[in-house]
Every structure is written in C-alpha cells, then in structure tokens.
Design a protein around this ligand. Structure first.
Ligand code: BGC
Length: 231
C-alpha cells in the first residue's frame, strides 16, 4: 500500500510517495505555489506532482485552511476563493484512486504525535497552523492562528512569515516563545510539537515539553491519517 502524500503550502507544494509504514519510497518533489493560487492552478500543480511520482494507491493532501470531509472552506494564505472546493474528490478523479484532504497542521500532527494524552502541534510557516489530539484522535480544524495573541493582533499576524521578515529571526523567536507561553497553560498538552518551514529559524531554546519536529512530518502524516480517519 503506497501513499502519495502532498503538502500544499503558501510558497511550495511538496509531494512524495510513502510505504505503509511511512517510509519514503521516492524523492520529495517541490513545485512553487502558483502566484495566483486559485483552485485550478493549484490543482494543476498537484496533477504535475502526480505525474512525476512513482505508482501509488492513494493520495493524502495537507491543505492550509479549513477542510471538512475533503471540501476546503478557507485558505487565508492562498489567493482565490477556496470556499466549497471539493479538493479530495477532484484529486481522486485525476489520480484515479482514493484521496483524503485535511488541514495541513492536522496532517503534520499525525506525523509527529505518539498517540498518548493530549498532544498539540503548531506550525510556523507562511501562516501559523495548529492541531490538537487526544489519545491519538484528532479534533479537526483548530484555527488558533486567527485568535488574538497580543497588541490586538492574531498569532498568525505576530508570528507568521511576514512578521518574521519584518523584525528578524531573533526578535521573532522571542515572540514565538511568548506565544508558546500563552498556549501552554490554556491547552495543557502533554507535548507541544513545533513544526513548519520556519522552525529552523528559531534562535531561542524551547521550554520543557515543547519539541521541534522536522518539516517532513507534514508529509509523513499522510499515511497515519488513513489509519485514524479510516476507523
Ligand atoms: C490557516 C490554517 C493553516 C495555517 C498554516 C492559517 O492561516 O487558517 O488553516 O493550518 O494557516 O498553513
């Protein structure tokens, strides 16, 4: 059973094929996200990824917005109207195999969690993603990034990539620590995982109970999501 796992991001769309244990069996391919990231051009990039990867039996997509039953509801960092796009259905048709689409931070969380107690994930990339799991079960579409954090700005406005470019890695890292300090006592996770492409730009040491995860978790989660959602 091979899974093509795709991560749709604000700057790149990445994909690789994994075996049933989540071991990569192909090179990761990254194609820049189209400037006008409307549904049709983004789906065309997914089609290109599908064509350039070895054979697989199913497709998983991590998408940077709210996804309900494979239908996208929002995409704050992609240009274009993503309300009610039947993403999983459209890609299943193109790939001619089953496809599941979920929120990108939810998928990344599947790649990181141990399945014990409350585990939480935040992702630092173009935007800020978040996910929460209890005993390995996902509570889908937690959108913490759009909640107020400080100075009347949301977490995403304060720690997203635009803010990091504005203030530099050192100040930004301190801000991320303040965000974590606010998240921990509210959600009380056993572990908080921090992932996404900008995690490697953190200059500060993370507190106990907070673990960095490799960006590849976003893609590895593509296998686990079938175990969970298939139950
Ligand atoms: C979206 C989330 C997404 C995050 C990271 C936010 O703007 O609302 O759904 O997980 O960006 O891509």
């Amino acid at each position: 059973m091979k899974t093509l796992s795709i991560d749709v991001g604000g700057s790149g769309i990445k994909g690789m094929v994994l075996d049933k244990r989540g071991k990569p069996v192909s090179e990761r391919i990254r194609i820049p996200t189209p400037k006008k990231a409307k549904p049709d051009p983004v789906i065309a990039v997914i089609e290109e990824l599908i064509a350039r990867q070895p054979p697989f039996h199913r497709v998983s997509i991590g998408f940077p917005g709210i996804v309900v039953n494979g239908v996208t509801m929002s995409a704050p960092n992609l240009d274009g109207n993503w309300r009610n796009v039947r993403l999983a259905e459209r890609v299943a048709e193109i790939a001619d195999c089953p496809c599941r689409a979920i929120n990108d931070a939810d998928m990344q969380g599947f790649g990181a969690i141990e399945g014990k107690g409350v585990e939480m994930m935040i992702t630092l990339g173009t935007g800020m993603g978040s996910a929460v799991f209890t005993e390995g079960h996902l509570v889908p579409n937690l959108e913490l990034g759009h909640h107020v954090f400080e100075k009347d700005h949301t977490y995403e406005e304060r720690v997203g990539d635009a803010a990091r470019r504005d203030i530099g890695n050192s100040k930004w890292s301190k801000r991320v620590l303040r965000a974590i300090d606010q998240i921990l006592p509210v959600w009380n996770p056993r572990v908080l995982y921090v992932g996404g492409g900008n995690t490697r730009k953190l200059t500060e040491k993370l507190p106990d109970g907070v673990r960095k995860v490799d960006n590849i978790a976003g893609i590895l989660g593509g296998v686990r999501l079938w175990d969970e959602l298939g139950r």
